[in-house]
Design a protein around this ligand. Structure first.
Ligand code: GRF
Length: 207
């Protein structure tokens, strides 16, 4: 499986994907990294691993079509057949979503379908979780479709919410399990163990 990672930030999930590949837990390769932010840590991590890294933002283009055409040719040139969003804060153009239908995943730092959607990113997610007073949170890997944080859920894991949690302490606890379940979900794809039927998706166990 030839993965393109799209990331806007520090890239710790991207790093976890690279580690899983390195340790033989994920039979795949990251062929390129795309970021809408030139300063993203994810781009630096890519360069340090000699992985092609590109800064691409819609504002660099005359039209939405030109943006999509450029992203599409980048993905094709690098033989990409799978996209992993890892802290990517832009919506992927609909044309790419349909071209890579069921081959795009995202990781979200809460238990979807709660605490997702527009504006629910970064610390805002954990603030909302704490404000709601729920006792568990977690991380979700889901397929990406045209709607924000709404594609079929593939894998979730929970963490406890503790009475003295701040958004930062909760974020750190959730991030640890993100780094476990994202490579796991990608490995399931790479090994052909993902079943998708309409709005539902499952990971089948190893035989
Ligand atoms: C993670 O919390 C992820 O769930 C969310 O954005 C954050 C990215 O962190 N979508 P990193 O850049 O992978 O460290």
């Amino acid at each position: 499986m030839n993965i393109a990672v799209f990331a806007s930030g520090r890239g710790s999930n991207f790093q976890a994907i690279l580690s899983a590949i390195h340790h033989g837990q994920l039979p795949a390769a990251v062929r390129l990294v795309v970021s809408n932010k030139s300063t993203a840590g994810a781009l630096e991590i890519a360069r340090a691993h000699q992985i092609p890294a590109f800064h691409r933002a819609p504002s660099q283009y005359q039209s939405a079509d030109a943006y999509v055409a450029d992203l599409t040719s980048l993905l094709e040139e690098h033989g990409v057949d799978f996209i992993a969003l890892a802290g990517y804060l832009k919506q992927l153009p609909a044309a790419l979503v349909s071209r890579f239908r069921n081959r795009i995943v995202n990781i979200h730092p809460a238990l979807l379908p709660a605490f997702g959607g527009m504006g629910m990113y970064g610390v805002h997610v954990h603030e909302a979780v704490l404000a709601a007073g729920v006792k568990v949170s977690g991380a979700t890997v889901h397929l990406v479709d045209e709607e924000y944080d709404r594609g079929p859920i593939l894998l979730q894991r929970t963490v406890e919410v503790l009475p003295d949690d701040t958004p930062e302490t909760l974020a750190a606890r959730v991030l640890k399990i993100e780094h476990v379940i994202y490579p796991e979900a990608l490995a399931a794809f790479a090994e052909g163990r993902v079943r998708i039927e309409g709005r539902k998706a499952w990971i089948q166990p190893h035989r």
